[in-house]
Ligand binder design. Structure first.
Ligand code: FAD
Length: 413
């Protein structure tokens, strides 16, 4: 056993966790192991990173943050957590276009599941991947670049194609962000003005418990030179620092109240060095095409009595379309409907099929790193390139040493 995931809701079945210090050592490990799974920072809530073979972490490989200013790219060690590379990048005058709600996750783990932040014009974190180096099933190191055949299938990989050692990311000139929070956006405003709300700033998140009052909080992250509005679609500006979960202390959240700061210290909701969110929780998230967003929100609202007893909070975000085959935002701009659950494991297992069924008519795609009950048939229908992905995985890993029971179920032929 190699311990639990971050939330502690599952214990990995792996017989060992290896942390090689060199590519040669990693390559020898992968070659020798009949069954192997890369492990990132353990923040996924389902068994995606589990195996009955061995797990391997690339966090012990030499840390690299290598900026190529003329190409507008940075090459980073795949096991670095975003929080470990952002300041170095910022000091060099550069930024990533977006970050998730927390900086605690590894780059390789985040891109493998299609992790995202928010913003109408912001693609998932995987969408900024310009290149990858990975150790494939036979132990050879393979480097791929955006534009290469199959590259779009290789980024959101669910860990099925090999162990990623280096990731090259697009960068943009560094920028400052201010974060203004508002309290009380009514459902009427959300339904009538959803596009205007999410389009009103660089990144917008709404937090709701699905009660009749709408979204209790709106987190509005703007370029620092933007002038914030006094009222936000009927909501009043918050007058104190807030946490999205009602009973948590706000000192773990990034600075609010309009204080401008670097992108890496405002785009995530939570600060490195503190427990993000609650810790005793599960998460679920569905991405729905924007044209279905209002109907999908209405469908979830009808389930409020079922959902609320098990919910800390829900978050609504937007993600721009990308071209990556298994990305939940593949080819369509999306609204993400997220649930931070209390650790009510059995009860949530019963709620998930109901949520899945309610959102299926809206072409919802679940987040690969969170808990969901979507059937393999629904997944196959939701991902037009899934058969090509399977064929590529078969080519790169003919003995299927990187597969596990969870990915086998999702990708059933
Ligand atoms: C508190 C909290 C907040 C979150 N907020 C967000 C959010 O804002 N937005 C969002 O989209 N998601 C969010 N998530 C989900 C999280 O981003 C994903 O689950 C992400 O995949 C976790 O990355 P990890 O490094 O922990 O990977 P793990 O959970 O360890 O692994 C995930 C997958 O990555 C693969 N992997 C890891 N390393 C490698 C490697 N070197 N090579 C190949 N494959 C690899 C694993 O095999 C596995 O398939 C949140 C999770 C938590 C716990």
């Amino acid at each position: 056993m190699t311990g639990t995931n971050w939330a502690g809701n599952l214990t990995y079945h792996a017989t060992a966790l290896h942390q090689p210090c060199s590519i040669e050592e990693l390559s020898a490990l992968v070659t020798a192991a009949p069954s192997v799974r890369a492990l990132g920072s353990r923040h996924s809530f389902n068994a995606i990173a589990d195996t009955t073979g061995v797990q391997v972490s690339v966090a012990g490989l030499p840390p690299v943050v290598e900026v190529n200013s003329s190409a507008r790219e940075v090459a980073v060690s795949a096991g670095l957590r975003y929080g470990e590379l952002v300041e170095q990048l910022d000091v060099a005058g550069w930024a990533l276009h977006n970050l998730a709600s927390l900086p605690h996750i590894s780059v390789a783990g985040a891109i493998a599941t299609g992790t995202h932040g928010s913003g109408d014009h912001n693609g998932s974190l995987a969408s900024s991947v310009a290149g990858l180096e990975l150790v494939t099933a036979d132990g050879t190191v393979r480097a791929v670049r955006r534009g290469d055949p199959d590259f779009d299938g290789m980024v959101v990989s669910l860990g099925l194609l090999g162990v990623v050692t280096t990731v090259t990311l697009d960068i943009v000139p560094t920028f400052q962000i201010r974060q203004d929070l508002y309290e009380g956006v009514a459902w009427e405003a959300i339904e009538a003005d959803l596009d205007a709300i999410t389009g009103s700033a660089y990144s917008v998140s709404l937090f709701t418990d699905w009660g009749d009052d709408g979204a209790g909080q709106a987190w509005v992250k703007s370029r620092a030179d933007a002038v914030p509005s006094e009222a936000f679609f009927g909501a009043a500006p918050a007058t104190r620092q807030l946490h999205p979960l009602p009973d948590e202390l706000a000192d773990v959240t990034t600075a609010q109240l309009g204080a401008a700061g670097p992108w890496w210290d405002r785009l995530p909701h939570f600060r490195l060095g503190f427990t993000p969110s609650n810790g005793e929780e599960l998460q679920t998230e569905y991405l729905v095409p924007r044209q279905h967003a209002v109907e999908a929100l209405r469908a979830v609202r009808t389930l409020a009595p079922l959902v609320q007893p098990h919910l800390f909070i829900s978050e609504l975000r937007t993600i721009a379309a990308d071209t990556l085959w298994l990305s939940p935002s593949h080819s369509v701009d999306c609204v993400a409907i997220h649930f931070t659950w209390r650790m009510h494991v059995a009860e949530i297992a019963a709620v998930l099929p109901v949520l899945d069924a309610a959102l299926a008519p809206y072409s919802a795609r679940p987040h690969w790193g969170k808990v969901f009950d979507t059937s393999p048939e629904q997944l196959a229908a939701a991902y037009p390139r899934i058969a090509e992905f399977r064929a590529m995985a078969d080519r790169l890993d003919p003995n299927r040493k990187f597969a596990n029971a969870q990915t086998d179920r999702w990708l059933t032929r």
